[in-house]
Design a protein around this ligand. Structure first.
Ligand code: F6P
Length: 344
């Protein structure tokens, strides 16, 4: 006869309890690495609460891989992750660890993790952070990566935690810039983040009706991609121009000066900078972060390691880290073409 769901949960819990009493409770650490992103806290919350639900002991590792090396650990309970779903940044803090890029740093981190009884670690971050997770896995610590970066530039996944919030923050800023650009009949050049990728630029360009979107993945021609759309728009009676420049291409101030000199239209540059990384996560980021956090724990519970959680065709899946790091994604040409049609 099939066991009811309630009985199944009861017997799983009592097995876990027995395991705990016999001293074989597994310990799982969680850390955030690289640039912070809104929604990382929602992921930490899901990891801690799902982990505890399955009977794991949960440890927060502060300041990314630096904290793993120095043993900056804190035990986490369901209450340590209360009231944080709505907060930006990462309560565990983060770092771009130089020390962890060296063999000596990795060895120290492994020794530290093992001395504190850490069996598995969930790493929330980008590609660089996943390489770190792979190194740990090769040294006997089970690892799972979760994609967290506003850039959405991780090849194995359609979505990275923080992207939607950043897009909304930037869209709000551009709406304000448009008010002042229209009032003065100016061109507003807006430099957005994204490291070497243009996913933020393309999406925010469409969301804010930009006249031109310049991304690192495509060569750009000043005449064809900027001058002509601006001049044609002016002829059609447009009272402002928005040019989105991905940071990976370069200097917004220089571009604004060139636009002003060549078109005769006053131009101003705005570099949005780190304000793009802050703020309360959108509902979408909170939900996806929660799903990805829970998935990471399920992967560890199943005894798997060297995995990365990803979104594929709107489903939460997982890949081997080596396989994930070998994948490539590219800017959507159709999105770029659409932005041109819509800005006429
Ligand atoms: O990866 C996220 C990101 O915000 C990029 O868009 C940007 O290039 C980089 O981090 C900035 O890094 P930092 O905060 O270390 O200056």
């Amino acid at each position: 006869m099939l066991m009811s769901e309630a009985n199944f949960l009861k017997s799983t819990r009592s097995l876990l309890e027995r395991g705990r009493q016999m001293g074989d409770q597994k310990t799982i650490g969680v850390l955030t690495s690289g640039g912070d992103a809104p929604g990382m806290n929602a992921a930490i919350r899901a990891i801690v609460r799902t982990g505890i639900h399955y009977g794991f002991k949960m440890i927060g590792i502060r300041k990314g891989y630096n904290g793993l090396i120095s043993g900056d650990f804190v035990e986490m309970t369901p209450r340590s992750v209360s009231d944080m779903l709505q907060r930006g940044g990462t309560i565990l803090q983060t770092a771009r660890s130089e020390a962890f890029k060296t063999e000596a740093g990795i060895q120290k981190a492994v020794k530290m993790a093992k001395s504190k009884g850490i069996d598995g670690i969930v790493v929330i971050g980008g590609d660089g952070s996943f390489k770190g997770a792979r190194a740990l896995s090769h040294k006997g610590i089970s690892t799972v990566g979760i994609p967290g970066t506003i850039d959405n530039d991780i090849d194995c996944t359609e979505y990275t935690i923080g992207f939607d919030t950043a897009l909304n923050t930037i869209k709000d800023a551009i709406d304000k810039l448009r008010d002042t650009a229209t009032s003065h009949e100016r061109c507003s050049v807006v430099e957005v983040m994204g490291k070497d990728a243009g996913y933020i630029a393309v999406n925010v360009g469409i969301a804010s009706g930009a006249e031109a979107i310049i991304v690192p993945e495509r060569e750009f021609d000043f005449q064809k991609d900027i001058f002509e759309p601006i001049m044609q728009g002016k002829k059609r009676g447009k009272k402002h121009d928005i040019v989105i420049l991905a940071e990976g291409v370069g200097d917004a101030v220089k571009l604004a000066r060139k636009i002003e000199a060549e078109t005769g239209i006053e131009a101003r540059a705005t570099i949005l900078g780190h304000l793009q990384r802050g703020g309360s996560p959108t509902a979408m980021d909170r939900v996806i972060a929660s799903q990805m956090g829970a998935k990471a724990i399920e992967i560890l519970k199943a005894g798997k390691s060297n995995r990365v959680v990803a979104m594929n065709q709107n489903k939460i899946v997982d890949f081997d880290i080596d396989e994930a790091l070998a994948m490539e994604k590219s800017i959507d040409n159709e999105m770029l073409a659409l932005s041109k049609i819509l800005s006429t």
